[in-house]
Write a protein that binds this ligand. Sequence first.
Ligand code: NOJ
Length: 548
Amino acid sequence: MTDFKRKVIYQIYPKSFKDSDGDGFGDLRGVTEKLDYLQDLGVDDLWLTPFFLSPQNDNGYDVADYRRIDPKFGTMADLEELIAEGGKRGLGLMLDMVFNHTSTSHEWFRRAMAGDEKYQKYYFFVDGEGGQVPTNWQSKFGGSAWEYVPSLRKWYLHLFDVTQADLNWENPEVREELKDIIRFWKDKGIKGFRFDVVNLISKPDIWEDDAEGDGRRFYSDGPRIHEYLQELMRDTGGEEMITVGEMSSTTLEHCIRYSNPEEKELLMCFNFHHLKIDYNNGQKWELMEPNLTALKQLFVEWQIGMQEGNGWNALFWCNHDQPRIVSRLGNEEAYWYESATMLATVIHLMRGTPYIFQGEEIGMTNPHYTSVSQYRDIESINYYEILLAQGKSKAETLEILAARSRDNGRTPMQWDDTAYAGFSETEPWIEIPDNYKMINTAAQQYEERSIFAYYKQLIRLRKDNPLVADGDIAFMEEDNPHILAYQRSLGEERWFVWNNLTGDQETVRLPRGCEHHRIILGNYESADINQEKCEITLRPYEALVLSE
Ligand code: NOJ
């Protein structure tokens, strides 16, 4: 399986993609309705976030039955139709496997709570000495990572919400159950899987307090992680699937192992270091201006490191947990088109497989909510209370949520300028940003100069030029924090990619060998190149790609 390097993957958050039955909630038939649009964009595979039976406390990442479809999203027949219709258009389907934890509504957990010891061993039920919580670890959604069950006189571990209990991968029976789930979906014609927070599945042998942090250093890339992934892939025919792991607080060394083909683990991984460059002291809930120097350093480190270690990156800016990138690193007002297309260029021409999150291809923005009642996400609602309790004012707390909430990426897809943005015929489950009248697919799909058209070009470049998928990467302008620039090369061929990360004009040197260049792509009508002085002037948020 090497063609994954040529692929572009599109992420769908079904709840917010298209509502086909008028309940304000997106569904599987809605996805099928929009397959022609996705085919026109030119993407290859579709990763759908979870639509399995779930109480929806964490929007489906709390799975109650991995083999059943939540009626809110449709039926198994709807999914089969989607697989078949996708197949006709060359679009493969990837499912999201949430194997670090199950919902506490899952039958395994319910049996455990009823006293069945077999199922208690599926999770981490631990005696707390003298009624004490086993460790001081924190849940990623705030509060303790342990919950006490008086009837059992035990605590159970939940790294996320209290209704998401961590599975015990040490237990071989758990591993067999999970392999069966993969086989079940493969038999249905599913082509690949995204594994949710998969580097958290291997917990340490002893429970100990973390004197330095929230516990993550004990279980991120845990002791048996590589063994578990190898086993999972070996026993489910992993080499036939597109596989990507979501890696939380990971390291380059581990990601090389996760994705180097010789290790037989995954094809590629997501890491999040480049999306913490506006976290103050690493704290998501403390605002800071983006540190562009850090951003550049991280790209250099990960691109060069993965290349040297023969690993493979999943390239992305946006997903259902992240604010919109044009609102975060771009300028959604004065340079909306320029900054959205520049940011796309940065990602799509690096070494790795790019992911587009629904709406990114039309430059969707954060909704800029101003009241806590507009939020739906459990993490945002928890943190609203936590930040107020820390003494922050209401206005400051709302400003932080507006910048950092996961709901920023979860607003409905903006299809047109009619009521509810063509997403639904009724009021959606979450409010649509006012700008849908201007930012929508209908306004862009057939325009020559649009963010959508630019994404199409980027996708096409990868298909038509082996250099994009297979070429080496080397960075240029390393000391200039405002310019992210790199060369890609394959055999005799060489491309130069410049991206101005700022709203200011910047002049850069034209590298030797580039005098007789050809313009491959740019987000301004023409390039401002001074051959005599061997210089290029990059305008605000300009992206420019030249070949030698
Ligand atoms: C990562 C998912 O992307 C996020 O949405 C979810 O809340 C956590 N994993 C827990 O499953």
